[in-house]
Design a protein around this ligand. Structure first.
Ligand SMILES: [Zn+2]
Length: 339
């Protein structure tokens, strides 16, 4: 038996992997998005020393809807400029629940939430102008803790329960096929401690480190080494605090009061990169609303008036976790050093 076959035996990848890879658009293909950005604010600020068509960004997320709440406007911005933007979603979100009060009793949703989330994800990707693939793993769920604060054990065969090498294999293959210069995911805390988010961080780091090494994960595609790895940090305390104060100053109730009060002494994460995206908030919001079962259109996602958000915090922020190209101390572009 060849070493490749042995590895495939040992690293049992999800059945959908072949379908995922065969659906992946050819590298360099774009979606007919304009390659010349109009001259209006942040849409005109992308330098062009390297054709945007040759730039590729891969965002790795845990569940359908995470891409729309964590860095979505950046995805829309780079796709608009002609870069290849691909969202990879590790799980199907099967163990999510309906979070939109208007839809809690919706019979179609309750009959097959997973199917609904697939439709919602397709609509969100279309709203952002990006491509999307499922990595085919099963949502681990995040049940409420019992009275002692303990959560039940993870379900068998769910994403977060898998050995790292098995969970990372489809993503390594995807990186080799799509060949992104930039990979975006969560920090080691997952952004919030859902086990699938923490596992998503682990597989993204594994793929960033291993995809360029021909000795690791031998498979059909040639090794590819991404240049930069980022952790999305859109929910930083300074941003929440600034938005909170701006809302309160207008006499409106802030959606962040409880969150700030409970923040405690957690240290702020390092932010290295602030991408101007105010012109893409509308696309981000459309993508959020596309996840109708998960997003309450009257809820906290839309509680900050957009004119305040544009004025107070017009960027999406990132932490540069690793780079194989020289970088500046402060960046405003995920492709800085790559172009
Ligand atoms: Zn999630």
């Amino acid at each position: 038996m060849s070493s490749v076959a042995r590895l495939r035996d040992r690293v049992r990848v999800p059945d959908r992997r072949e379908a995922v890879c065969s659906r992946l658009p050819r590298v360099g293909e774009n979606r007919g998005m304009p390659t010349t950005a109009p001259v209006d604010g942040s849409r005109a600020t992308m330098p062009s020393t390297r054709s945007a068509r040759s730039l590729r960004l891969l965002a790795v997320h845990a569940h359908p809807d995470d891409e729309s709440s964590k860095g979505a406007a950046s995805l829309a911005r780079y796709a608009h400029a002609g870069a290849g933007v691909l969202v990879a979603t590790c799980t199907g979100g099967e163990r999510g629940s309906i979070l939109n009060p208007r839809l809690v009793d919706d019979p179609e949703l309750n009959a097959d939430l997973a199917a609904a989330r697939r439709r919602e994800m397709a609509a969100a990707a279309a709203a952002l102008g990006v491509r999307h693939v499922w990595l085919g793993f099963v949502d681990s769920g995040y049940p409420e803790p019992d009275l002692d604060g303990a959560r039940p054990p993870l379900p068998e065969r769910c994403f977060a329960s898998l050995p790292l090498e098995q969970a990372a294999a489809p993503l390594v293959e995807l990186v080799r096929q799509f060949r992104p210069q930039v990979v975006v995911t969560y920090d080691e805390n997952g952004g919030y401690p859902h086990p699938d988010h923490v596992m998503t961080h682990r597989v993204a780091v594994e793929a960033f480190e291993a995809a360029g090494d021909p000795r690791r994960y031998p498979g059909a595609s040639a090794p590819w080494t991404p240049s930069k790895l980022y952790y999305v940090q859109t929910f930083s305390r300074p941003r929440i605090q600034a938005l909170h104060e701006a809302i309160v100053s207008t006499g409106r109730p802030s959606p962040y009061a409880d969150r700030l009060a409970a923040w405690g002494d957690r240290p702020d994460r390092r932010v290295t990169t602030r991408v101007p995206v105010a012109d893409f908030f509308d696309q981000r919001d459309a993508a959020l609303r596309a996840h109708a079962s998960q997003v309450d259109p009257d809820g906290g996602w839309f509680a900050v008036p957009r004119d305040i958000e544009r004025r107070v915090w017009p960027t999406e922020d990132y932490e540069l976790a690793a780079s194989r190209v020289p970088v500046a101390v402060e960046e405003d572009d995920l492709f800085a050093g790559v172009r």
